[in-house]
Design a protein around this ligand. Structure first.
Ligand SMILES: [Zn+2]
Length: 113
């Protein structure tokens, strides 16, 4: 496993780490909740690495530490849940993204130092 630290790591954004994922979430949000400004916020979300609570955890953190989200938005594709978005108290910020379709997220594990 790579253990890379480099400049700009603190400013890492989710879209830099997972551009496809961000595009997908934005698209699904727009489709399921037209006009919801949440969709426009995804592209600007910071990224704090993959949750390290367990080796198989597929939660991407967009807050510095894991928080229990009071709200969850479920995004579905063709009737199957693909993402859980944890939404914070203000209901305006995504605090975590749980990826449910089992895709490989290990490309960015080097960030979770
Ligand atoms: Zn976790």
């Amino acid at each position: 496993m790579e253990n890379r630290t480099g400049p700009g790591q603190r400013d890492q954004r989710l879209k830099d780490a997972y551009p496809d994922l961000v595009a997908e979430i934005t698209e699904l949000l727009r489709a399921s909740q037209p006009g919801d400004p949440l969709a426009d916020s995804i592209v600007d979300l910071p990224f704090y690495g993959v949750c390290s609570c367990s080796p198989t955890c597929e939660i991407l953190l967009t807050k510095p530490s894991p928080v229990v989200a009071p709200w969850i938005v479920v995004l579905e594709r063709e009737g199957e849940a693909v993402f859980f978005l944890g939404i914070d108290q203000s209901q305006a910020t995504v605090s975590s993204v749980e990826v449910l379709d089992g895709r490989d997220l290990t490309g960015c594990l080097s960030l979770s130092s």
